[in-house]
Design a protein around this ligand. Structure first.
Ligand SMILES: [Zn+2]
Length: 491
């Protein structure tokens, strides 16, 4: 399906002075905003009810990069954030999924996993994170280098990967959310204890306060851009039998824990509150050495809500109307704190969101579900018949076939034969559009635009050697909620 990932707005600022050769005016602060799973069309789909000071202000006062496409597959959060901030692709920056497999050992690796560090503000595993797996430098790293480390750089997101990867290797800190405690945390990669202002911020227990009630901003029957207020195509919060407004979040938090704030629009509001508290307390945009500071913010609730309720839900529409207000508040704060025309904001998405395939089918469109696990088992069965092992395919993660090279070496098998058999089998399956081994990309009969994305997304140490592409509107998963779009690019 056509997949426009990026919204990419927006430099406010400076007009022609920005490009003048002399007296180059630098922003005092750069604020990078990533909206997790924001489809490009949300900018316009919900615009009638956006205010003038959020998304619309960015469109009016800045510029919008239309027709911007992701140049790699697959599209996942960690890859999107890494690509935005490095200007590179998974083949080079090494973040090939939210989780990936170290091909040499078969070890599973989470994108920001770092067993050598500990949490700060938590003793849980949620704190053992750093940008160590990101191989290239980020724009935030380069800013540090360019200013001899005088710039202050921070990253903030509910998701560890949404804060850590954009902030880069030289950041002063990244902060992310711990669902167990409802607090913001960090790791010893950055510091040994949380700054005092953050301890105070956590003590205010905003998570509990926000988990009260979710009603629509406007009468529910006025949400004409969304499916009716029914439970179709949705995944219920634990403890609920259906998904309809209004939601009693106090009760839902009891059954789901404080981490459920992620799956409400108030997770974004909490992120906005933290961003403002950070700018205020770390005095960003007022660097005593006049160096430019940088804050990378990622709003993640849009993604959790998209997964749970689907692209066409009132929940999503209401979430964007509320995020518009949060962004307006952040911009108004920046005007007052840093000064109008003194800061630069860009806004983009890390990936898009596909329609729920079941919804598509119900409307008589073509769509389907690719039963990934079943296909993996079938593959190992036929490989066993030919090569005498049931463990040749390790996983079908990230729409790639990961081979078990230890097993292949032990049995002294030929990988070429194995790859050939896998490709032949996969091509026959419903929902498969293209299959290619990275070893024979030159001969693969695949549109050039897709081929390029396959190669860009392939890192030989961390990706499966065979990539498969599903047909439009197909995805690997179950018929409820939805998943990230399969990006077939502009074809
Ligand atoms: Zn994402």
């Amino acid at each position: 399906m056509r997949h426009k990932l990026t919204i990419s707005i927006i430099g406010l600022l400076f007009g022609t002075a920005l490009f003048a050769q002399q007296n180059l005016q630098k922003p005092k602060l750069v604020v990078g905003i990533v909206v997790d799973q924001m489809r490009w069309d949300y900018l316009y789909r919900f615009q009638d009810r956006y205010g003038n000071d959020g998304f619309v202000r960015l469109l009016n006062d800045g510029f919008s990069n239309e027709n911007t496409y992701t140049n790699y597959i697959p599209t996942y959060t960690a890859i999107g954030h890494s690509t935005i901030y490095t200007g590179s692709v998974p083949a080079i920056h090494g973040i090939t999924g939210n989780d990936f497999i170290i091909q040499a050992t078969g070890q599973e690796m989470y994108c920001t996993q770092d067993d050598a560090v500990n949490g700060v503000g938590t003793t849980s595993k949620a704190g053992k994170m750093s940008p160590k797996n990101l191989l290239t430098s980020t724009v935030t790293d380069q800013l540090k280098l360019a200013t001899n480390f005088r710039s202050k750089v921070y990253g903030v997101s509910l998701k560890d990967r949404g804060g850590i990867l954009p902030a880069g290797h030289f950041a002063n800190a990244a902060f992310w959310f711990d669902g167990e405690s409802g607090n913001w945390i960090s790791s010893t990669f950055y510091m040994n204890e949380l700054p005092k202002w953050l301890v105070t911020f956590n003590q205010a227990k905003l998570t509990e306060k926000y988990l009260n009630k979710w009603e629509t901003l406007y009468p529910v029957n006025t949400y004409v851009q969304s499916e009716p207020n029914t439970g179709d195509y949705k995944v219920n919060y634990k403890g609920l039998k259906t998904s309809t407004f209004p939601y009693n979040l106090k009760k839902i938090a009891k059954d789901n824990g404080l981490g459920v704030i992620r799956s409400t629009p108030f997770g974004n509001t909490l992120t906005k509150d933290l961003a403002i508290a950070l700018i205020e307390n770390e005095d960003l945009g007022n660097n005593p050495t006049k160096a430019t500071d940088f804050l990378a913010v990622s709003f993640s609730s849009t993604d959790y809500i998209g997964h749970q309720f689907g692209t066409n839900s009132i929940e999503i529409e209401d979430t964007y109307l509320r995020l518009d207000k949060d962004i307006a508040e952040l911009l108004a704060y920046l005007d007052a704190k840093v000064g109008k025309n003194e800061y630069l904001v860009f806004l983009t998405a890390d990936h898009g969101g596909a329609h729920n395939p079941k919804y598509f089918q119900d409307k008589k469109g073509n769509a389907g579900y690719f039963q990934t696990n079943e296909i993996k088992n079938q593959l190992n069965t036929i490989l066993n018949e030919k090569f005498g092992s049931k463990n040749i395919v390790r996983s079908l993660a990230n729409y790639q076939v990961h081979l078990n090279y230890q097993e292949i070496e032990n049995l002294e098998l030929d990988t070429e034969d194995i790859e050939k058999l896998i490709k032949t089998f996969l091509l026959k399956q419903d929902g498969i559009a293209f299959v290619a081994s990275m070893h024979d990309m030159d001969d693969a009969v695949i549109p050039a635009a897709i081929k390029e994305r396959m190669v860009n997304g392939y890192n030989h140490k961390r990706s499966g050697v065979i990539t498969y592409i599903l047909e439009p509107q197909w995805y690997g998963g179950k018929p409820n909620g939805r998943n990230h779009t399969r990006n077939l690019g502009p074809v």
